[in-house]
Design a protein around this ligand. Structure first.
Ligand code: ZN
Ligand code: ZN
Length: 400
């Protein structure tokens, strides 16, 4: 009999605080302004807007700035109030926001790419602006001089871009599913490694500099947690979405990973649990439980006068089994399977209720989410999606 341990409620479901409405097209990216009741957004409708909460409780624009091309991405640095905006025409424009967020001054612009800018990252420590574009280029510019410092050609356009300040490693996740790690110097870069684990393109990357773990989200519906710091090649898959994972955010102090997708799902993963890698699938010509031959095993089928069966695999032990020996389903949250998957009958018996306790919470936002931003100081989550509305959610954890 399994010990009766209640799954710990680490989070409560997100509570909708505000809707920020008025964009004419999809809000590509947005950020919560720290310590202010404000939101900065860039949209496909060619506008950069700063929204401040008014006495009425509604968010109204304090800045409305029209750009020459649709805005594809942004990076905001709160310390310097520097806003870098990437455009569909390949250029990056920089602005400094006034202290009261009522004014925005253009600083400079770079012609960084030949096509749409896909991701921007401003690194204050190095005074670098890193960017990826649809032209399959990763480039970095000096934010002081505006000069282009270098570039690297990726195998496809890249939506995932992260930087580790301490080691100057840049992580690039591209549409071919590949993740590239480069070591950046002032004016050159060297390839550290590439790896591939998704069957679809990488849509988002998230780096935890403390645990030295990289998360990649993919159009194949899964997230992979790459343990870079552990140096053992551990990669753990997280299955909790029914459609493309489109954005990720990580809260280091609570060790929560937030993933959002085209299915409208907001999944909050507790990363403070020890997860296991899924086993390699074993090869066999007959069921490793009942010994019945699989359909290509003609010799045994003939010898034993038995009909060949279809091969399945138990997600827990990796054994090749027939359908009869794997008739049951179970979630295996500690292996990243939050949904029920095929397991063999003996594994089904061995999985305890404690092991079935979910390690993630699920919320349905009811619309396709393209961008997420988490403000850890207040526990606020911002989502923007194809419904053109920016939503602010309260995620304050409730300790049970
Ligand atoms: Zn069998
Ligand atoms: Zn099994």
């Amino acid at each position: 009999m399994a010990a009766e341990i209640q799954p710990k409620a680490l989070t409560r479901k997100p509570v909708l605080l505000s809707k920020v409405e008025g964009s004419q097209d999809v809000v590509s990216m947005a950020a919560i302004v720290p310590k202010e009741d404000g939101v900065i957004s860039v949209s496909e409708d060619r506008t950069v807007r700063v929204w401040l909460k008014r006495e009425s409780g509604q968010y109204w624009p304090s800045i409305y700035h029209a750009m020459p091309s649709p805005c594809s991405c942004m990076s905001f640095n709160p310390e310097t109030r520097r806003l870098s905006v990437g455009l569909d025409n390949g250029s990056i424009s920089e602005f400094i926001l006034a202290e009261d967020y009522n004014k925005m001054t253009p600083v400079k612009s770079y012609q960084a790419h030949q096509g749409r800018v896909m991701m921007i990252l401003f690194v204050l420590e190095m005074e670098w602006v890193l960017s990826t574009g649809q032209d399959k280029q990763f480039t970095w510019h000096c934010s002081e001089s505006g000069q282009r410092l270098g570039g690297y050609r990726t195998s496809a356009g890249a939506c995932g871009l992260q930087f580790d300040v301490e080691t100057r490693h840049v992580f690039i996740g591209d549409h071919s599913g590949q993740v590239t790690i480069l070591k950046l110097e002032q004016e050159n870069c060297s390839l550290v490694t590439t790896f591939k684990g998704h069957t679809g393109g990488v849509t988002a990357l998230c780096w935890d500099p403390v645990q030295r773990v990289l998360f990649s989200g993919s159009s194949d519906h899964s997230i992979i947690m790459w343990d870079i710091g552990g140096r053992k090649g551990t990669a753990i898959e997280l299955q909790g979405h029914n459609d493309k994972v489109q954005c990720l955010s990580y809260a280091p102090h609570t060790r929560q990973l937030i993933s959002c997708g085209a299915d409208g799902g907001i999944v909050i993963w507790n990363m403070d649990v020890e997860r296991q890698e899924t086993p390699e699938w074993l090869d066999s010509d007959s069921c490793q439980k009942c010994d019945q031959p699989f359909f290509w095993n003609f010799k045994q089928m003939w010898d034993s006068k038995k009909i060949g069966l279809r091969q399945h695999h138990c997600r827990k032990c990796g054994k090749a089994v027939c359908g009869k020996c794997s008739s049951k389903r179970s979630s295996i949250p500690l292996m990243g399977f939050e949904f029920e998957v095929r397991v063999c009958d003996s594994c089904h018996e061995s999985i305890t209720d404690e092991e079935r306790a979910p390690t993630a919470t699920f919320h349905d936002s009811k619309h396709n989410i393209v961008h997420v931003h988490f403000d850890a100081t207040r526990g606020w989550l911002l989502t923007s999606g194809t419904d053109k509305i920016i939503k602010l959610w309260d995620m304050t954890p409730v300790v049970s």
